[in-house]
Design a protein around this ligand. Structure first.
Ligand SMILES: [Fe+2]
Length: 251
C-alpha cells in the first residue's frame, strides 16, 4: 500500500494560511460521468434539456450516490487528502447537493453576506461544528455561473473572534444583537472569491472559512456535490482550539 502523502508540504501550508485548497482533476472522468448519469436520473431530467429542469428543487437532502459510485468523501484523492489533514480525527464526508439553476435574465453580484457551516439552520449539519468541507461541481462552471464564493483567510479571523469569545463557539454568536458575519470575514486577505472550475476540480475549505452561494446568470446549472466533516469528539474538541486552531488536525 502506498502511504505517501497526497498533498505536498506546500499545499498543506497553503491550506493553513488561506483556509482552502483547490485540487484539480480530482474526480476521474469515468466517475464524473457516472455521477452525472445518476444525478440526472434521480431528477428525472436532462442536463441539455432546460424544459426538463425541476427549478424549484434547489437541494437534495439525504443524498448518496448508489454504490459502487463513491460519494465525494470516498473519492480516493479526497479521502487521502482529508486523512492527511485530519489524522483520522474527523468523521462525515456526506452532504446535500445544492443546485443553482440559471436565470440568465437575472442580475449578478457578489453576495454581501457570508456564513460558516455547522451553526444556525439545521439543514446544514445537525451536530454543528463543521471542521472541513469539500465541493466538486458536477459540470463545468464559469464565472457568474452560481459559484461557491469564499473569503480566503477568513478562517483565521473567525478563529480570532472565538479566541476573544470562546463561550460563543456553541453558536450563540448568532444571538448577538445586530449579528453580522463580517465579524468573521473581515480578516479575509482577498475578499469574496468565486470558485469556478472544470467539473472534477475539488475545493477543500476549513470549517471557519466564510462562504456563500451566488446567482447564476449563465445558461447551465451549477450542481455542487458537497462533503462535510466534523470532529469525532465534537463537544470536547470544538472548545479546545483557543491556543491552536490546528490542535486536532494532523498538520
Ligand atoms: Fe455553507
Amino acid at each position: 500500500m502506498d502511504n505517501s502523502p497526497v498533498l505536498s508540504a506546500g499545499q498543506v501550508s497553503f491550506f493553513k494560511e488561506n483556509g482552502y485548497l483547490i485540487l484539480e482533476n480530482c474526480i476521474e472522468p469515468d466517475l464524473l460521468a457516472a455521477w452525472q448519469e445518476q444525478f440526472w436520473w434521480c431528477l428525472s431530467a436532462k442536463f441539455d434539456d432546460p424544459d426538463s429542469w425541476p427549478t424549484d428543487q434547489t437541494f437534495i437532502g439525504r443524498w448518496r450516490f448508489t454504490p459502487p459510485c463513491p460519494n465525494i468523501g470516498a473519492v480516493p484523492m479526497v479521502q487521502a487528502a482529508v486523512d492527511q489533514l485530519s489524522g483520522g480525527n474527523f468523521i462525515g464526508g456526506g452532504g446535500a447537493p445544492i443546485i443553482k439553476w440559471p436565470n440568465s435574465s437575472g442580475q449578478w453580484s457578489l453576495p454581501r453576506s457570508s456564513h460558516i457551516d455547522g451553526y444556525g439552520p439545521p439543514s446544514q449539519h445537525p451536530e454543528g461544528g463543521l471542521v472541513l468541507g469539500a465541493l466538486a461541481n458536477l459540470h463545468d462552471v464559469e464565472s457568474k455561473g452560481g459559484c461557491f464564493i469564499y473569503w480566503p483567510g477568513s478562517h483565521l479571523s473567525t478563529h480570532d473572534y472565538f479566541v476573544r469569545h470562546p463561550e460563543q463557539i456553541n453558536g450563540s454568536f448568532l444571538d448577538n444583537e445586530g449579528w453580522n458575519y463580517t465579524e468573521f470575514s473581515k480578516g479575509s486577505t482577498e475578499g469574496p472569491t468565486e470558485f469556478y472550475a472544470p467539473a472534477g476540480t475539488v475545493i477543500l475549505w476549513h470549517g471557519f472559512m466564510c462562504h456563500n452561494g451566488s446567482p447564476n446568470v449563465n445558461t447551465t446549472p451549477r450542481i455542487g456535490i458537497f462533503g462535510r466533516w466534523h470532529y469525532k469528539k465534537l463537544e470536547e474538541m470544538r472548545y479546545d482550539i483557543l491556543d491552536d486552531l490546528w490542535k486536532h488536525w494532523a498538520v
